[in-house]
Design a protein around this ligand. Structure first.
Ligand code: NAD
Length: 484
């Protein structure tokens, strides 16, 4: 199947923080891959802008290494790599001073769109926006891309929104949540709204419950001090998991356009019930078999930050009344896996009597490690011997259905950067969405602080603290196994 790649118009992209970890691992390789695919035209200009004292040649060497490390060999065609590197420039810039701004402004071309990727710590977002305005680079042709975290709580998110709004319209601001760039997440919308099969059943009458799991095997690694101020709730739930929940729970928008989709997502966040202590389990991983525990990783004796959290949520509206959403995320868990599992109700009456093999239908949307969608259905076990039922997966893995090209699913950053260039904000969070998510999260965190809540310890390599199993058992349900 031939892919339809529609090239975008030439553009200028500035990567503030162009020498950082995110630029090296994600942004530069993503840009190269789209260049290789022919979507980014040869007239593009990509400008790294950061504090390090580099020149163009040194920045190209940095980008070459990033491509060698993070782009697959088949795509590293020497002539294409050289052509891409030839489009890179570098400017030494100080977000908080005057260095570099005049030079950057000179490099920007008058007749193309401009995108500015803020791949720096959030404390610099306001400075960058201000200096872009002061140096005449905040015109209507400009878009800014803002990385996470977007605020630490409602007050800081509001302040950040206000600061950015002084310099840019909402239509120019792209708040990245890379989960929304994943192919399967968008497929979730295609499945829901492009088929007749699912949407009529997509409600509390037919769906028993929904589980969203984001499990990591790694600990906090080098991000110790940052993570310890944040924790799983701020780092994963308030943004990524909330976004996934919104896409599952939202009403069908009238069009697939940015505001129609984001209006519906916002309604979901506003319909979330406040949580009580009985709806939440927090955990912190312990040392295990020579692997350090959380406290060692963050260099603290008494941190009460959670590296795991499990929640039972209720979306209070007609569609979802009575269907709980269970969310859990954690570090140092048994396997690296991210999935959404939608468990349908049992048939109201079994004509086969009580049967071991009969299980409810489960639609599993797998985001990591391999993207794909599976629907578990009950069928008759083949062969003679009467009507024995078994559960089998109807596997909608893209690779088999769509051929070899589908194995080459673009990375989330590739899609999102191209959406910025095309001016499509559908997969980016709007300011009011982010604020609503914080408005729901803040009281939960404030409750822990007021109660001096201590996270439950859990073994590294486990499924999280025992109490998180109870969260489900209490409702007569079970978590799905954490497996790759
Ligand atoms: P990093 O520390 O590796 O890089 C920071 C970059 O900012 C460097 O290029 C540095 O030169 C530049 N910088 C710092 N101070 C500056 C100043 N005053 N003026 C100009 N440039 C300055 O950080 P990172 O890991 O690349 O993260 C960048 C942003 O992306 C952060 O907001 C982070 O939260 C977010 N993020 C990173 C990742 C990741 O995987 N690294 C993932 C998600 C989000």
């Amino acid at each position: 199947m031939a892919s339809r790649i529609i090239p975008v118009d030439p553009f200028d992209l500035v990567i503030f923080g162009g020498t950082g970890d995110l630029a090296r691992r994600k942004i530069l390789p993503a840009l190269y891959r789209r260049f290789w695919a022919g979507q980014i035209p040869p007239e593009v200009a990509i400008i790294g802008a950061a504090r390090s004292d580099l020149d163009d040649a040194q920045y190209r060497a940095f980008a070459r290494e990033a491509i060698e490390e993070f782009v697959s060999e088949v795509k590293r065609v020497p002539a294409t790599v050289e052509a891409f590197l030839g489009r890179l420039r570098y400017v030494v810039i100080d977000a908080r001073g005057e260095t570099g701004w005049a030079e950057l402004s000179r490099l920007m071309r008058a007749d193309v769109d401009h995108a500015f990727y803020f791949s720096v710590g959030p404390s610099l977002f306001g400075d960058l926006a201000q200096r872009l305005r002061d140096n005449g680079m905040a015109g209507p042709e400009a878009r800014i891309v803002v990385e996470k975290p977007f605020g630490h709580d409602l007050a800081s998110a509001r302040a950040l929104n206000r600061t950015l709004a002084q310099h840019f319209d909402e239509a120019q601001i792209y708040r990245i949540d890379h989960y929304l760039g994943k192919e399967t997440v968008q497929n979730l919308m295609a499945i829901r709204f492009g088929n007749m099969l699912f949407e009529p059943l997509w409600n509390a009458q037919y769906i028993d419950h929904i589980q969203i799991t984001v499990a990591e095997t790694v600990g906090v690694g080098g991000r110790g001090p940052y993570y310890d101020r944040s924790g799983a709730m701020r780092d994963m739930v308030q943004n990524h998991m909330m976004q996934l929940l919104c896409l599952i729970a939202m009403e069908p928008p009238s069009h697939f356009d940015p505001d129609a989709v984001r209006d519906e997502k916002l309604k979901v966040i506003r319909a979330l019930d406040a949580l009580g202590p009985e709806d939440i389990v927090r955990g912190q991983y312990c040392a295990d078999d020579g692997v350090p525990g959380y406290l060692t990783d963050v260099d603290s004796r008494d941190s009460t930050t959670e590296s795991f959290v499990a929640l039972r949520l209720a979306v209070s509206n007609w569609r979802w009344k009575g269907t709980p959403f269970y969310l859990r995320t954690g570090k140092r868990m048994r396997a690296r896996t991210s999935e959404i599992a939608i468990t349908f109700k049992e048939p109201p009456h079994s004509i086969f009597g009580v049967q071991k093999g009969q299980a409810p239908n489960v639609l599993v949307i797998k985001l990591q490690p391999n993207e794909g969608i599976t629907l578990n259905v009950t069928i008759k076990e083949p062969g003679p011997g009467g009507m024995r039922l078994i559960e089998v997966p109807l596997d909608m893995s893209f690779a088999e259905a769509l051929g070899p090209e589908a194995q080459d699913i673009p990375d989330a950053y590739e899609r999102l950067i191209m959406d910025v260039i095309r001016g499509n904000q559908t997969l980016f969070m709007r300011g009011d969405e982010v604020e609503a998510a914080w408005a729901w999260t803040d009281p939960i965190i404030a409750g822990w602080e007021a109660r001096e809540d201590r996270p439950r310890p859990y073994d590294a390599g486990s499924s999280g603290p025992e109490d998180s199993l109870m969260l489900m058992h209490r409702d007569g349900r079970r978590w799905r196994e954490v497996r790759p």
